[in-house]
Design a protein around this ligand. Sequence first.
Ligand code: A3P
Length: 320
Amino acid sequence: TCQEPENFQQTFKQIISTAPKNGEWTMFTDLFQYRGFWYTPNFLGGVILAQQQFKVQPNDIILCSAPKTGTTWLKALGFAIMNRACLDDSTKNPLLVTMPHECVPYLEVDFFQRKTTQYPELPLLATHLPYTSLPESIASLGCELVYICREPKDVFVSLWHFIGNVKAKGNEKFPLEKAFDLFCQGISPNGPYWEHVLGYWNASLRWPERILFLKYEELKSEAPLHVRRLAEFMGCPFSLEEEKEGVVEKIIELCSFQNLSNLEVNKTGKYPIFASVVVENNKYFRKGEVGDWKNCLTEEMKEHLDRITEHKLRGSGFTF
Ligand code: A3P
């Protein structure tokens, strides 16, 4: 873990005092814009520290995502694939007793808090950082990145529920219309969402051997295919023997929404993402479905968000 550099507090204060800010989203803290993306102060501190200090190791694999796109699922899958020697041993499998976020640390969160993680021996990290804000050492070493994205309407709805649930005082929920308006303007934690996706998409076109690009919906509909791709990309493809033993299916089952969300640790445990922000683990497991936006957004909202998405993606060669 890193030492907080002497100039960190100074840089942080200077950025916070001059950055554009928006206090409407999260009800409890402002979002600050830094290098084109919006962050809570905790995340922003982590971004700056990671940029100043983080030195990736050549074999590290980094799981990248915007919030609410399937990070928890990808962390569980990546960890299960890498750590599959203990798949059949229920007394030794960390995923059965540890929240996926504790198994695979966020580089910006971990750095900001300098907490130690429980299983640091695996060369697996995660980040919500946009591609253009990744620490220099990641780009220069050319280590491998996996990115997961998700359809924007589902991302928005998931985010609104998450923030409403995590932050709500009493029964008060953050008004959907207000949240929607901000999300559409690109003002959301680690947003604008489309730019986050396009940063990694463009990089994956340029360096396909270095960046594996996954979609939440495809992982849902064709899990075996994408779990095999993931294992291969991570340098640990399934052997014929493992295929015969059904290891792929066992990993998918272990990491399924149904299984993870029913584990005691994920039902009742808590995740101290920052010293001042402790989230109940069950908040990371809401529905895990594709198309839940239909239960929340009006037809007008759907059309509005679809139009923005179409406009933003035009010419990129990417579609959700
Ligand atoms: P919903 O709110 O739509 O249910 P993140 O992990 O990036 O915070 O994303 C959270 C979203 O992923 C939530 O979506 C959550 O329910 C869903 N999710 C969590 N674990 C999952 C799993 N094992 N399989 C599929 N979806 C999962």
